[in-house]
Design a protein around this ligand. Structure first.
Ligand SMILES: Cc1cc2nc3c(=O)[nH]c(=O)nc-3n(C[C@H](O)[C@H](O)[C@H](O)COP(=O)(O)OP(=O)(O)OC[C@H]3O[C@@H](n4cnc5c(N)ncnc54)[C@H](O)[C@@H]3O)c2cc1C
Length: 326
């Protein structure tokens, strides 16, 4: 590893003063791996785990979760479990207990793709790693890659489970930087690759994530997270579905749907949601809604199976939700 310095800060202003060539350090479960692989070579690590580690109710009836809250503490918190069970389930579907005990909310939002070509620093070309170099995933083994929103420059997917749940629930990311404090809706936080896949989030250089706010959302209590993966545990999603549903008089009155493992960012299924509102809650409309969303899917050589997998998983999850009442 390239030598680096380490400092632990106790307030956000100190953290931002120290940035520059430095990187913020959360639990280190992704960043330290990236440093070992030579993908990140920061001159300094600024440990921000002592900051922003509270979970508080907001005046509007939502929750504000500090970026330094550990994933396991977030999943277990009574207010998260009762009001946003989707969030708890998505966290618990990810990584292992040990990793969740270390990993923070801020770090989870900022974790990098698991594209194998991105990690293969000696044998593969990757535009995310070296802009303009080319993308060997396009013509390579691309079973885990994107089917939606990809570009000629990049077909990598976003790996987070938690961010899929946050996307379905319209979470808002609070950040602070040299230009002051601002908020970013989660749907705008992670970027599509376009011609600049090396730019993965809307954060400006040096900006610090301080919290994520979940809006008051009664529908969030009737929700499911389903993750499809190669092993029953300790594996990233091939595909995941976060869904919340409210049915009135047999018709879909409200629905939230987001997909993981299909795109460069957690994918809010707006087309499916629009197709469902006012429709009878049943398999026919659930499949039609999934097809409306997946009409834009473009499979690569090895991942066409994700389209059918997404179609069936969306319908199955919505089916379970409609059977368990609204
Ligand atoms: C073996 C393994 C399996 C895993 N499986 C899954 C899985 O199935 N699902 C899943 O969702 N995740 C999985 N993960 C990923 C894990 O969830 C992430 O590594 C973790 O969430 C990152 O959080 P961290 O606090 O450790 O971040 P760090 O590694 O400390 O940091 C990651 C990035 O976030 C930046 N950062 C940290 N805090 C802030 C902040 N407050 N503001 C701005 N930037 C910040 C860092 O500078 C760095 O760029 C897995 C990880 C491993 C190692």
């Amino acid at each position: 590893m390239t030598p680096f310095t380490y400092v632990r800060v106790s307030d956000a202003a100190d953290a931002m003063r120290l940035e520059g060539a430095a990187r913020y350090l959360g639990g280190g479960t992704n960043l330290i791996d990236l440093m070992r692989e030579g993908l990140e070579t920061p001159a300094a690590l600024v440990d921000v785990t002592g900051l922003n580690d509270a979970i508080e109710e907001t005046e509007g009836g939502g929750l504000r979760i500090g970026a330094g809250v550990r994933n396991s503490a977030m999943a277990e918190h009574p207010l998260v479990r009762t009001r946003y069970p989707l969030v708890s389930r998505a966290i618990v579907a990810g990584a292992s207990a040990q990793i969740r005990n270390m990993a923070t909310l801020g770090g989870n939002l900022m974790q990098r793709t698991r594209c194998t070509y991105f990690y293969d620093t000696v044998g593969s070309r990757c535009n995310k790693r070296v802009p303009g170099e080319g993308c060997d995933a396009q013509g390579g083994f691309n079973r885990i890659h994107a089917i939606l929103g990809a570009s000629a420059a990049c077909v990598a997917t976003h790996p987070s489970d938690l961010c899929v749940a946050l996307t379905a629930l319209d979470a808002v990311v609070h950040v602070e930087g040299a230009a002051g404090a601002r908020t970013i809706p989660i749907g705008e936080f992670h970027l599509l690759p376009g011609d600049t896949p090396d730019r993965e989030t809307a954060l400006a250089p040096g900006e610090l994530i301080v919290a994520v706010e979940l809006p008051a959302l009664p529908i969030a209590m009737h929700a499911r997270y389903r993750k499809v993966r190669d092993r029953a545990s300790y594996a990233f999603a091939l595909l995941s579905v976060a869904a919340a549903l409210r049915v009135e008089d047999g018709l879909v009155a409200e629905v939230r749907l987001a997909l993981g493992g299909v795109a460069h960012r957690p994918w809010r299924a707006h087309a499916a949601e629009a197709a469902l509102i006012g429709q009878p809650a049943g398999e026919t409309s659930f499949l039609a809604a999934a097809e409306a969303e997946l009409a834009a899917a473009v499979p690569l050589r090895d991942n066409g199976f994700k389209i059918e997998l997404a179609r069936r998983t969306i319908a199955a999850v919505l089916g379970e939700l409609s059977e368990t009442g609204a």
